[in-house]
Design a protein around this ligand. Sequence first.
Ligand SMILES: [Zn+2]
Length: 92
Amino acid sequence: MIRFICKNCGKVLDLEDKIYQKAYKDHELCLDCRPGRGGFREGAGRPAIGMTKKVSITLPKEIWGKIEKEKGKSSMSAFLRDILVDWEEKRQ
Ligand SMILES: [Zn+2]
């Protein structure tokens, strides 16, 4: 069994190796969160939530500690996305 955690919805799946290799390897999203049918293809369909940009952020250890505590079981990306979407809505 291989554990797969969706980076979008946070769903945790315990998968048979065969299924993992076929449908989940090299993916960050579960089937429900992938755009279109028949799996994700670059440029095909619309992404479920938008564009992905990779960032690295340096923060004091105490702040990371607070973030870890506050986010609970959410993924880091889901937690930060909520904050940023909120920020963007408020500044309009
Ligand atoms: Zn998902």
